[in-house]
Design a binder for this molecule. Structure first.
Ligand SMILES: NC(=O)c1ccc[n+]([C@@H]2O[C@H](COP(=O)([O-])OP(=O)(O)OC[C@H]3O[C@@H](n4cnc5c(N)ncnc54)[C@H](OP(=O)(O)O)[C@@H]3O)[C@@H](O)[C@H]2O)c1
Length: 255
């Protein structure tokens, strides 16, 4: 893959979670092309093998909800220069009132707890070495109201984790960036929605969606600025998608 802005981090170690598809795979590929030694984490071994063959990334088959496994992996690979906390999912088969306990628990374990555990695991070495960069992939759903309460709660937690971590890390030289995408064309909705009709209706947004490589470009930008600059947060969404606004729905009290 072409080196798009002229810098590289030859030999530095990057750990990218959720690297078997979408944003994580695109980020892993772009970082490998810039000389990082990329450790790519996900559950699907076939996808990791493909990524490894195409980019030279080292694949690690791991469910990030396995906290002990995550900590052991960081110990195994050694000091990490860049952690991209990207593994995540939304379960959007209905409202919170219609959700299963399993969906809620797996969203929080994957989107929040694993992000915290991976970050805890890499930080001591970063603080010792007075450098390092934690990139958290959040969501516009963590910043603005969206009719996806459970997913929004998990990404809202990632947002506050990112801002407060930055405060805790003041004076250490370690940087923290939150990336907040809107609609990105990935496999996200294949996981989020079980019903094929509803899934294809949701996936067929009709707009020109942001691509995984567009988001990877934003991550690469945040990593590439000089060490004295911290990109706190990047929000990106399709030009044809907006956030906010008001909705009015009359209550039918006769039913
Ligand atoms: N697509 C969007 O519209 C959108 C918008 C805002 C934010 N995001 C966020 O962007 C991030 C990446 O999603 P994506 O859009 O690229 O979707 P995706 O193509 O479905 O990728 C999700 C990645 O997370 C991994 N993953 C999920 N659960 C995991 C687990 N328990 N252990 C290890 N890996 C796990 C998946 O790998 P395996 O299945 O192989 O484990 C996959 O590599 C997520 O945090 C998502 O919430 C996406």
């Amino acid at each position: 893959m072409a080196n798009r802005s002229g810098w590289d981090r030859e030999g530095q170690r990057a750990l990218v979670t959720g690297a078997s598809s979408g944003i994580g795979a695109a980020t892993a590929a772009q970082l490998a092309a810039r000389g990082y030694q990329v450790h790519a984490v996900a559950r699907r071994v076939d996808r990791l093998d493909e990524l490894a063959a195409a980019t030279g990334c080292v694949g690690h088959v791991l469910d990030v909800r396995d906290s002990a496994g995550l900590v052991a992996l960081v110990e195994h690979i050694g000091p990490v220069d860049v952690l991209v906390n990207n593994a995540g999912l939304g379960r959007m088969d209905g409202t919170l009132a219609e959700s299963t306990l399993e969906d809620v628990v797996s969203s929080i374990d994957t989107n929040v707890t694993a992000v915290m555990v991976a970050t805890m695991a890499v930080l001591p070495a970063m603080i010792d070495r007075k450098r390092g960069h934690v990139v958290n992939v959040g969501s516009m759903a963590g910043l603005y109201p969206l009719a996806a309460a459970s997913y929004g709660a998990s990404k809202g937690a990632v947002h506050r984790l990112s801002t407060n971590l930055r405060l805790e890390l003041r004076g250490t030289g370690v940087r923290v960036t939150e990336i907040c995408p809107g609609r990105v064309s990935t496999e996200f909705y294949d996981v989020a929605i079980t019903d094929p009709v509803q899934r294809s209706a949701t996936k067929d947004s009709g707009v020109d969606e942001v691509t995984a490589d567009d988001v990877a470009d934003a991550i690469v930008y945040a990593l590439g600025v000089p060490a004295h600059v911290n990109i706190n947060r990047i929000e990106l969404q399709p030009t044809e998608q907006t956030y906010g606004g008001s909705r009015f729905d009359k209550v039918n009290r006769e039913g």
